[in-house]
Design a binder for this molecule. Structure first.
Ligand SMILES: C[S@@+](CC[C@H](N)C(=O)[O-])C[C@H]1O[C@@H](n2cnc3c(N)ncnc32)[C@H](O)[C@@H]1O
Length: 279
């Protein structure tokens, strides 16, 4: 196959076309994400048109609009009013509505208190947390029973989500530590007690086969909590063995300690990077 060459101006043109297109304009996606998708796809295709089509498909999977979104502007107003009114009940009501609006968090609501209780029984109560590819999960903070002063670093590529999360963190009394960052292109280097990487590792594999290994190795965390769904979106097929293979293939030869916690439709691999496991 002949390599397709894009000069820097053409690459910038492609990035701008994707960033400013009707579908993604409001998300202000990072240029680094768009560049990475283009540069990953180019060598795999015979023509520029095929490559661009493949990039659009990858972007659709990455942004996953089908998982759901709230009305971000309305949520900003509702949260601001709730914090101003001083009603904790109203703040929790809005958090629940936000968790409901996205499939990943909606599925976790029925067991989320038990979920975090069990995770922190295993890891100890974290003081510094990374929520990697966080989606709307930071709105579960009221059910995490964290200590005051916790540093909650949340990362997502979706700018309206990041902005809303920072408004919430500030109102809730935490530092606004949510960042718009592509964690695959630029893995966070912050030293943390626990990193949450929930329901995204299988999607990372679709973006770039095998990329989880270098990503997990780049993190500086005591516990890496990787969760994966145990059922597909229609709820029909058990994915337990497939998810175990993903994690064990990713860690092949590393000999890191891994323990599993299984909840209703989600399993968590509690990984201790650098700590030898018994296998
Ligand atoms: C399937 S949702 C999972 C949300 C959350 N982790 C949970 O389980 O509730 C995936 C989220 O990851 C974000 N995302 C995908 N790839 C990312 C990347 N490379 N860097 C940062 N965020 C990413 C998406 O924008 C989306 O909000």
């Amino acid at each position: 196959m002949v390599d397709i060459i894009l000069d820097p101006a053409e690459l910038e043109g492609w990035v701008a076309e994707l960033r400013e297109g009707k579908k993604y304009r409001s998300l202000s996606l990072p240029d680094s994400t768009l560049q990475d998708l283009i540069l990953q796809e180019l060598p795999r295709h015979k023509s520029k048109a095929d490559a661009m089509q493949a990039v659009r498909k990858k972007l659709h999977n990455l942004v996953a609009p089908y998982l759901g979104d709230p009305d971000y502007q309305q949520a900003e107003i509702d949260l601001r009013d709730a914090f101003q009114s001083g009603s904790r009940e109203r703040v929790l009501e809005i958090c629940l509505q936000l968790l409901e609006s996205h499939a990943s968090t909606r599925e976790r609501i029925p067991f989320m208190e038990d979920f975090y209780r069990q995770l922190f029984t295993y890891t100890g109560k974290p003081q510094v947390i990374l929520d990697l590819a966080c989606g709307l999960n930071p709105f579960a903070i009221p059910w995490m029973n964290l200590d005051a002063g916790v540093q909650y670093h949340a990362f997502d590529i979706h700018q309206p989500r990041v902005q809303l999360i920072n408004s919430f963190l500030q109102g809730w009394g935490c530092q606004p530590l949510a960042s718009q960052q592509d964690i695959l292109v630029e893995p966070p280097r912050i030293h943390a007690d626990a990193a949450f990487f929930f329901k995204e590792a299988h999607r990372f594999e679709q973006r770039q086969h095998g990329c989880n290994r270098a990503f997990w190795q780049a993190l500086d965390v005591k516990f890496l909590l990787v969760s994966l769904p145990t059922r597909n979106l229609t709820g029909q097929h058990s994915l337990l063995e497939r998810q175990r293979s993903l994690v064990h293939n990713t860690l092949k030869g590393l000999d890191w300690k891994v323990e599993e916690l299984i909840f209703q439709d989600e399993m968590v691999f509690c990984i201790q990077p650098g700590v030898k496991g018994e296998r």
